[in-house]
Design a protein around this ligand. Structure first.
Ligand code: 3HC
Length: 331
């Protein structure tokens, strides 16, 4: 994939001759699939792009709790409420895992949170869409977590040790997230006509934003070529997007609901589904802050951070007291 990436005119990569001896040795480790651990030497640019990607991944997990969280009190049964609570709690854990992986690169949690709140750091575009009905909770589990799994499985093999290990744990839990979402969609599609219509409406609204989760087309991706050379990105944005479409369309057929794409058609020659062109202007617009819920999501996160300051202060005071007591005992 990386060779193809370079051909698409993405940012030109430096050749081995142009690298310093440390960079050459570093690239040889990457090429030999040796994990890069926190204490290993790494190019500053490698550290920076990992902080960028891992922190934005963590922000996505935390902001991603909001659209689903507002349905916990409105879940249709006690069972669905319990499942949704467990899922939303898992996302918080994924966020903590990923913030911890980012901190191994020498950045503090407070800096990362400040970058999110100032708008300097991104989170996944998908979480800027509203959850209008209970079927949206099914569509998010089925499509959004399904897309996240597609994107995160290759990350289990990425070159950065802490990130790849965090992903292995996260992916196990994502599979439960995807299954519970599909189960909600199946229940609705086997229910009344109104329930099936609600599932179809959710698919109509979440299909294209889920495809945009995989990022811009490879030709427009600024980071892909370098991320591929460093084995942060094992498969390209377009490759993962195509795999997601090929896997998900038969699931929609099984549910008996229609993917909202008039040009969607299986192409025997390619061995993939052909789709209509994706409106990447919508992605760029949402990423720029003009999605339906961007302002609301950030306002909610800033409010939660400010209202939670006393908890952090109390935990820190308690930790400092315990440390002082242990130091006195050791003296
Ligand atoms: N939403 C927001 N920003 C996006 C985006 C999206 N869907 N797709 C791309 N971007 C941004 C990139 O962050 C980059 O901006 P930056 O330089 O300011 O960071 C820019 O657009 C160019 O995109 P590139 O393709 O060049 O960037 P990457 O190589 O980083 O690829 C990515 C983008 C595929 C999202 C990659 O960062 C990645 O794989 N990240 C890890 C996985 C992740 O973050 N997934 C988000 C969802 S997590 C989730 O769904 C949780 C689940 O529990 C529900």
């Amino acid at each position: 994939m990386y060779a193809q990436m370079v051909d698409t005119g993405a940012k030109r990569l430096r050749t081995s001759e142009e690298m310093s001896p440390e960079e050459r040795a570093f690239q040889e480790r990457i090429d030999a699939d040796i994990k890069i651990e926190p204490k290993d030497w790494m190019p500053e640019a490698y550290r920076k792009t990992l902080i960028r990607q891992i922190s934005q991944h963590a922000h996505s997990e935390i902001v991603g709790m909001l659209p689903e969280g507002n349905w916990i009190t409105r879940a249709p049964t006690l069972k669905r409420k319990a499942i949704l609570m467990a899922k939303v709690q898992d996302e918080a854990g994924h966020g903590l895992y990923l913030y911890a992986a980012a901190e191994t690169l020498g950045v503090s949690r407070d800096e990362l949170i400040a970058d999110l709140h100032s708008g300097k750091a991104k989170y996944s575009s998908i979480f800027n869409y509203p959850t209008l009905t209970w079927a949206d909770i099914g569509a998010i589990g089925w499509l959004v977590d399904g897309a996240a799994i597609m994107n995160q499985i290759p990350l289990c093999r990425c070159s950065h040790g802490p990130y790849s290990r965090a992903m292995i744990r996260v992916c196990k839990e994502e599979s439960f997230h995807q299954r519970q979402g599909f189960d909600i969609m199946m229940t609705l599609c086997r229910g009344t006509l109104e329930q099936k219509a609600m599932a179809q409406d959710a698919l109509n609204r979440w299909w294209w934003p889920s495809l945009m989760m995989f990022g811009p087309p490879d030709a427009d991706s600024v980071h892909s070529a370098q991320s591929a050379q460093w084995k942060i990105k094992i498969l390209s944005n377009d490759e993962l997007r195509q795999r997601f479409v090929d896997q998900t369309v038969p699931q929609a057929d099984y549910l008996g609901i229609k993917v909202p794409d008039p040009l969607l058609k299986w192409n025997d020659e390619r061995g993939h589904y052909d789709t209509s062109p994706i409106d990447f202007e919508e992605l760029y617009n949402v990423v720029k802050g003009n999605g339906p819920c961007n302002r609301d999501r950030l306002r909610t996160r800033v409010k939660a951070w400010e209202e939670g300051a006393w908890v952090r202060d109390a935990a820190l005071a308690h930790a400092e007291k315990r440390a002082a007591r242990s130091a006195r005992k050791a003296a």
